[in-house]
Design a protein around this ligand. Structure first.
Ligand SMILES: [Zn+2]
Length: 107
C-alpha cells in the first residue's frame, strides 16, 4: 500500500499548521472562520471577494509590526527545489519559507 504524505502548512494568518485551504490560502480553523465572516461581509456589501487579500488584511491587523525582507541571489537550483517542494506540499513559497524559518528558530 502506498501511503500518500499529506503536509500541513502554516496558516497564512497565525502560522498554526493546518490542512485547510480556502481560495488557495492555507488557514487554521479559527482563522478560516474569521475569513469566512469577512467574506460574508463583502458579499453582503456586493463587493469582490479575494481570500488572499482578506488573509493579508487580517494578518496585518493581528501583527502590525510584521516585517518584510527581500532576499536576493538565491541559487537557482535551490529556488527550483523550493518551488517543487511547495507544489508537492500544496503550499505557497511564503508558507514554505516561513515553515523553514520557524523550524530554524525553534518555534
Ligand atoms: Zn490561523
Amino acid at each position: 500500500m502506498i501511503k500518500k504524505m499529506i503536509h500541513k502548512n502554516p496558516c497564512a494568518i497565525c502560522g498554526m499548521l493546518s490542512r485547510v485551504n480556502r481560495g488557495g490560502v492555507t488557514l487554521c480553523l479559527p482563522c478560516h472562520a474569521d475569513v469566512g465572516a469577512r467574506v460574508e461581509e463583502l458579499r453582503a456589501a456586493g463587493e469582490a471577494v479575494n481570500v488572499a487579500h482578506i488573509a493579508r488584511a487580517l494578518f496585518r491587523e493581528r501583527f502590525p509590526g510584521a516585517k518584510s525582507y527581500i532576499l536576493r541571489d538565491i541559487p537557482e537550483d535551490l529556488w527550483t527545489a523550493a518551488q517543487h517542494a511547495a507544489v508537492e506540499r500544496g503550499a505557497s513559497l511564503r508558507e514554505l519559507i516561513l515553515t523553514a524559518l520557524r523550524r530554524e528558530v525553534g518555534e
